[in-house]
Design a protein around this ligand. Structure first.
Ligand code: ADP
Ligand code: ZN
Length: 723
């Protein structure tokens, strides 16, 4: 059955490999074992139940909390040629009845519905006579009070196990904590479920956190890197949302606001406009996001700090669900901390303490100087190994350490002491840089000895350093107003016994990181843009969101391999048989036109081998070896030297030499030049003729070890072709 599953995934979705844990989750489904699957956003949860649903007899019932989510999923399944439907209150009763009829007649593989629909008495009675393959509960954390989105209607599903003891139940969530996981299993009364928890790291997201000191210009900088792409900007308050979106529109961007204060229809329309790419940017409060599974959000900007890392992970996680690179930029300020604290003032004491501690963890994350990926993973209880993530401001070196950290720290700490530990960070930094601020002058602080002792540094930098000293414990913020005060540790700094690490934040561009370059490798940008337009037209004519017609990942594959025949088209990752039939001819023609017009190569190899690989079920890893060999052969044909080819195909020289020998054999090459000089090749030939065996070592020794084994191997391969 498993091999059938693989075939199904390839046929319908055009994927030739599984994401981590997908395989395990699917096997559990095939074995009819209950399961709890925890994968991060974009981890590919849907496939875990959709593929088994197709292979297994009967119909799978999928529970989802939001109608908008169901609609996108069903649209997407239909686009893949899969018999799927939904039952919900936005459809006419006629339509719902039709779906019920289809269900009864066994014409559907997958049905989406809400929990309250599922457990309605009539429906329960109805499905008792239906062949159900399994129940899959999406967003299963909604059943738990410990989750961040408890929904009482989810609780009603506790009856499922008792009513349908033989039908497996699979729960899916992106919420990480073990508490929630256990609770899901308990509430649903799962029987010895397979529990599969994926890694929470999202390597394709580039995380950065910077102090907010240039207002909207910082936000603009990120947007301008992604022209025409979809992005979300989160603000803390509704007013900020309105102001930000108005300003962006004024500046000529396509932006719309979203928050709970807006009229319901306005909210709905704006969300729809974002999903359908009628607007590029949505500016929103936390109210936005649940129920959005738009896969091609290329950036998420936080114009203010969220109140917890849970929120940050959720919100930033809406970027890059298609596994392509995406940017998550956070701009924070000490005042954000104050705002949240203020908003928490009316909470119950216990709840407030928890909220404050989460807030303070969030602030530490912002001002912290360890890898962002590591910091987030470790917050969720998963250790991340490896030196550099290559995808965060810290690892990419946008923090430059300051050479005279000790002296600067001493000056700051002395100033805090001079001001009697009773002023905020902003004020202290003003005194340090010698500001003529009214309050400073009124307080006579232009007369303290530390006034202006850091006047040769920008105030923003000094302000950052104070935050850094707070986050490393040399200073502390206390009281209602967050005044900065000394800690016992600060004494060691004054004595020169300890040197705090201080950093300057550099604004760097992340467009050229290895990860990003890899994602764009070989992609013709012009063609990508043109395909985007074509997708837009198709999406509009079908009334579907663009990303459901083709994801960005598919567009990049198309712009990379430029298929011009149906066979080539169907070999593209992410394209199954339904899409091939529907769009193949049209897209291939467009690609051919583009390539001819721009005189670029089309139908790029190794398509022939791709097809064979598909038949043989080779994995992408194996295929990349095929790619490398193929590429190497092309370079050898042009006479490239071994070390250069090795660099180009990113393989060791020894592997590259192996490829060269294969190339020589395959193409009957009999002259080892340019890989071996004429002179050397004559020497090798002479030595080889004298020795009667074909072994390398005697020849190597005869030549006095002056010519490398690699060259001997190459020359011998040519010699064989000669004889
Ligand atoms: P989740 O529900 O976990 O957030 P999705 O199911 O929406 O994630 O999947 C995220 C994206 O990854 C989708 O665009 C999906 O088509 C793609 N995807 C899922 N599984 C695979 C796979 N095995 N290979 C390639 N892409 C995949
Ligand atoms: Zn990092």
């Amino acid at each position: 059955m498993f091999s059938e599953l693989k075939k199904t995934v390839l046929n319908y979705w055009g994927y030739d490999s599984f994401r981590p844990l997908q395989e395990k989750a699917m096997i559990a489904a095939l074995q009819k074992r209950d399961s709890v699957v925890v994968l991060p956003t974009g981890g590919g949860k849907s496939l875990c139940f959709q593929a088994p649903a197709i292979v297994m007899p009967g119909t799978a019932l999928i529970v989802s909390p939001l109608i908008s989510l169901m609609k996108d999923q069903v649209d997407s399944l239909k686009e893949h040629g899969i018999a799927a439907a939904k039952i919900d209150s936005t459809q006419s009763e006629d339509r719902n009845r039709q779906v019920a009829r289809d269900l009864k007649e066994g014409n559907l593989k997958i049905i989406y519905l809400s929990p309250e629909r599922l457990v309605g008495l009539k429906f329960i009675e109805f499905i008792k006579n239906i062949d159900i393959s399994f129940f899959a509960i999406d967003e299963a954390h909604c059943i738990s009070m410990w989750g961040h989105d408890f929904r009482p209607e989810y609780r009603q599903m506790r009856c499922l196990r008792e009513l349908f003891p033989d039908i497996p139940i699979h729960a899916f969530t992106a919420t990480a904590t073990s508490q929630v996981r256990d609770d899901i299993s308990r509430q649903l009364n799962l029987a010895n479920p397979g529990v599969y928890v994926g890694s929470f790291d999202r390597p394709n997201l580039i995380f950065t956190a910077e102090p907010r000191n240039k207002g909207i210009r910082q936000v603009k900088r990120i947007i301008d890197k992604h022209p025409g792409d979809s992005g979300i900007i989160y603000c803390i308050k509704r007013d900020d949302v309105d102001a930000m979106s108005a300003k962006l529109v004024e500046m000529g961007y396509k932006a719309l606001p979203y928050h709970a204060g807006l009229d319901k229809t306005v909210r709905k329309n704006n969300q729809q406009a974002f999903v359908e790419e009628k607007t590029d940017i949505i500016v929103a409060t936390v109210a936005f996001g649940m129920g959005i599974d738009k896969s091609n959000v290329r950036y998420v900007i936080h114009a203010g700090m969220p109140k917890s890392l849970e929120h940050y992970q959720q919100e930033s996680g809406r970027a890059g669900r298609d596994s392509l690179e995406a940017e998550c930029s956070l701009f924070y300020s000490g005042s954000d901390f104050q705002i949240w604290k203020f908003l928490m003032k009316d909470m119950q004491k216990d709840a407030r303490e928890i909220a404050l501690s989460k807030l303070s963890d969030m602030y530490d994350y912002c001002t912290g100087t360890i890898c962002r990926h590591k910091a987030i993973s470790s917050y969720f209880g998963q250790a991340l190994n490896g030196k550099s993530c290559g995808a965060c401001d810290i690892c990419l070196g946008s923090l430059e350490s300051v050479s005279d950290s000790l002296v600067i720290a001493q000056k700051i700490i002395s100033c805090v002491a001079r001001l009697d530990n009773s002023f905020g960070a902003d004020y202290v930094s003003k005194v340090l840089v010698g500001s003529k601020d009214k309050r400073v002058l009124l307080n006579n602080h232009d007369n303290v000895s530390t006034y202006g002792i850091l006047s040769d540094h920008p105030k923003g930098a000094v302000r950052d350093w104070i935050e850094q000293l707070c986050s490393t414990g040399y200073l502390v913020k206390t009281g209602e107003y967050n005044v900065v005060a000394r800690t016992p540790e600060s004494r060691a700094v004054l004595k020169g016994e300890e040197t705090p690490k201080l950093y300057i934040t550099k604004t760097k561009s992340y467009d050229k990181t290895d990860m990003v370059q890899k994602q764009w490798e070989g992609v013709d940008q012009g063609l990508f843009e043109e395909l985007r337009q074509i997708r837009r037209v198709i999406a509009d004519s079908k009334g579907l969101p663009a990303f459901i017609v083709f994801g960005d990942a598919v567009l990049r594959e198309l712009a990379r391999f430029r298929p011009v025949t149906i066979r080539q088209f169907s070999g593209i990752k992410g394209i199954g048989k339904a899409k091939t039939a529907e769009y193949g001819h049209h897209i291939c023609r467009k690609i051919r036109e583009y390539c001819e017009r721009n005189d670029i190569k089309m139908g790029i190899e190794p398509f022939g081998e791709y097809d064979d690989d598909f038949k043989l079920g080779k994995t992408r890893m194996q295929r990349s070896a095929v790619d490398a060999r193929k590429k190497a052969f092309r370079y050898f044909k042009q006479g490239f030297a071994v070390d250069r080819v090795a660099l180009k195909i990113e393989r060791a020289e020894s592997t590259t030499v192996q490829y060269l020998v294969e190339f020589i054999e395959k193409n009957n090459v009999d002259d080892p030049f340019p890989w071996v000089s004429r002179d050397e090749s004559e020497q090798i030939t002479a030595a080889a003729l004298k020795s009667d065996e074909e072994k390398l070592k005697p020849i190597y020794e005869k030549l006095g070890g002056k010519i490398s084994y690699d060259k001997i191997r190459i020359a011998l391969a040519c010699l064989k072709n000669k004889s």
